[in-house]
Design a protein around this ligand. Structure first.
Ligand SMILES: [Zn+2]
Ligand SMILES: [Zn+2]
Length: 140
């Protein structure tokens, strides 16, 4: 299964060449405080894939890096977004050096969420994703 998506202004195209099945971390709902602020909502849909499975097409060099030193995991993370429209694109963390954390909101159709992480941040009135595994903090 491959997915093709883009940021809101179309400057950056993102392709997931393959989405391996069966890894519990592949489709997650991340409720960390950064994803909340990035999304303006309760969290963000993400998937963690090997870096060679992600293709970024950015002909105008629109993507922009922010080094996040305030992560909940305590280790600095690279957070990439579109410099034109601010859509969150992907992130990288030294906890998983060869992996890319892709923001699944880029794609129209995504596989169902199998894991929710940083559940300790879930508001009492927010529903959990039915059938998804629940992890209080980080998945690693
Ligand atoms: Zn954009
Ligand atoms: Zn997050």
């Amino acid at each position: 299964m491959s997915l093709h998506g883009h940021c809101n202004c179309n400057a950056v195209q993102v392709t997931l060449k393959e989405l391996p099945e069966g890894d519990a971390r592949q489709t997650a709902h991340c409720r960390c405080t950064t994803c909340k602020r990035d999304s303006g909502a309760g969290g963000m849909y993400v998937t963690i894939v090997d870096e060679d499975l992600v293709e970024i097409d950015d002909p105008t060099e629109a993507k922009k890096l922010w080094t996040d030193n305030l992560t909940e995991s305590g280790k600095p993370a690279e957070r990439w977004s579109c410099g034109n429209c601010s859509s969150p694109l992907f992130a990288r963390t030294p906890n998983m050096p060869s992996k890319v954390i892709v923001r699944m909101g880029l794609f129209d159709d995504i596989p169902p969420v199998v894991t929710e992480i940083y559940m300790r941040n879930k508001k009492s009135w927010e529903p959990a994703v039915e059938g998804a595994a629940s992890i209080e903090g980080a998945p690693y």
